[in-house]
Design a protein. Structure first.
Length: 127
């Protein structure tokens, strides 16, 4: 696979710096810890991958952030980003169970992304 495009590299860097400043502590209060690093990943298109782990059961909860594409499904959208969640602990045909299990974290993460991605934010990769 090719290297990620510049906009994904920029987004990864911006999100990773915010995680270490504020996000990890905020979501730890919901019972989740960041698992590993924020990284670029390719899942049908380039995304930024953020994986959390529940402190209660060890369940995983992952988020994909990608530049908005109205043709792609998303849980929510900010000004510039599509927000998608998933879990490797849940079978593909049962992914709806994730929202029931992890709703406070899913909603809090989406709210954080939408609040962070202010309307004045410039497109990724722009000077």
């Amino acid at each position: 696979m090719e290297n990620p495009p510049d906009e994904i590299v920029t987004l990864t860097s911006e999100i990773a710096s915010r995680f270490h400043e504020e996000v990890s502590a905020r979501f730890a209060g919901l019972g989740y810890t960041l698992k590993g690093e924020v990284t670029p990943r390719f899942f049908q298109r380039w995304n930024v991958l953020c994986v959390f782990e529940s402190e209660q059961g060890g369940d995983s909860l992952a988020f994909l952030l990608a530049p908005t594409n109205p043709a792609e499904p998303a849980y929510k959208r900010s000004k510039r980003l599509d927000i998608v969640y998933f879990s490797e602990d849940v079978a593909d045909e049962e992914q709806d169970l994730i929202y029931q299990r992890d709703r406070p974290m899913i909603d809090a993460f989406a709210e954080w992304v939408i609040g962070w991605d202010k309307p004045t934010s410039r497109p990724f990769g722009s000077p």
